[in-house]
Design a protein around this ligand. Sequence first.
Ligand code: SAM
Length: 335
Amino acid sequence: MTYTALTRMVFGHVDARVVYAAVRLGVADALAAGPMPVEKLAETLDCDPDGLARLMRALVVLGLAEEPEAGQVALTGLGRPLCADHPESLRSAVLLTGHPATWRAWGALTDAVRAGGSAFRHAHGRPLFDHLPGDPDLAAAFHTAMGDGTGQVTEAVVRAYDFGAARTVVDLGGGDGTLLAAVLGAAPDARGVLLDREDGAARAAETLRRAVPPGRWSVRAGDFFTAVPAGDLLLLKGVLHDFGDRRCVDLLRTCRRAIAPDGRLLVLESVLPPRSAPDAAAVVLSDIAMLAWTGGRERTVAGFRDLLAAADFTLSGVSPPLAGTPTRILIATPS
Ligand SMILES: C[S@@+](CC[C@H](N)C(=O)[O-])C[C@H]1O[C@@H](n2cnc3c(N)ncnc32)[C@H](O)[C@@H]1O
């Protein structure tokens, strides 16, 4: 069998499991300070020495670890972002994508493609956001990964949009509060309100308490399809891609009722290029991840424009991609 690009894809799950094991067992964090003999690493992490030596060998062939001298192992530059303290850490993303509940959902992708609906629902019997409150381990992995991912674009967000004139910023489905904290930092005269489900709202309060003086923010637990707090700057980051078109229009209509006449709605999402091309891979594969996770989808600019128009918003601008990610800011005004 020739080891082709196709073979790599067929066995791609092995790479992902090796990376997950390295993070879950604490291998990456244990090597953050520098090289270590493999036996000492096995002892420190309470692992079977043979199993750990083989895991390390796999990390070496993947380019994530190296052997600076015989019997010693260290992380490479490629492997370092697996550590918790790396500024662009992917640790929480690995813990979420490798979580057993996530893997179970991916196992039902064929059902989702055949019958529609999210793979998560086929696998777990209920949608992701209804499942999270009863699965605290997955909820912690989910909200931590979302917050970390958002943290990696907040600087670019506050550079790309002038938040100075905002009075009341409302972050809908604001997750752990990372985005709202950054926006309030860039809009010193504004107040902020974050709405999320119970499990997200509890974490948001912790983040905002640490980052923003009291009196400038509040957190509400609730359902954004029912009603959203009034404001002149509404934020929806990573929310519309969680839902199909009909639910998005429902949500955008609740936003339309709540927004000030001179207000702005910022939609922060990855944007699909109009045609599939090699440079579209990240967003195209993220679209499949949405099918697996929530039954939502990624969209083109035209797709967002149509959704916004159906809820009486006009798309008035689109930022360039932020911080080397496919995320952009789509700016909408009430029509
Ligand atoms: C993909 S996460 C994005 C979180 C955050 N905006 C970010 O980008 O880091 C989607 C968020 O929407 C929240 N959410 C889902 N359904 C909701 C609903 N019906 N009402 C309020 N929040 C909801 C989830 O709890 C979650 O925090």
